[in-house]
Design a protein around this ligand. Sequence first.
Ligand SMILES: [Cu+2]
Length: 145
Amino acid sequence: MNKLITLSGLLGAMLLSGGVYAGDIQVEGAWARATAPGQDVAMVDVTITSSKAANLVGVTSAACKGVQIHTMTHDNGVMKMREVKSIELPAGKRIALGERGYHLMLMGLNAPLVAGATLPLTLNVKAGDKETQVEVRAEVKPLTY
Ligand SMILES: [Cu+2]
């Protein structure tokens, strides 16, 4: 348990210094908005750059029951979210989830998200046969952000 806390602190520090690196993958700017009372889902935006062509194929978090990868579209003024199985990460290209409607959706939060806290996320990135797990801390910003 102590080891886990130390590791989280280290990753938090890395995030503040500009991003988390795991091999070919750089992750930066992960954040979520604090939740309103009764809200048990939350969106997370994150920017991922893979130096090799890869795909984001899954996300897990200890903070909720499951994480889905969503796209959001506007259809006649109605906002619709749809789950996708993966997001393409072309080599060397910064992919900012949060732009063009992509985001991560935390489903079934174990506890409300409070501004100033951080959320643990594990991104599964697959390049060819190689799968890399990237540990990320998402910053929780105020509801009004
Ligand atoms: Cu969504």
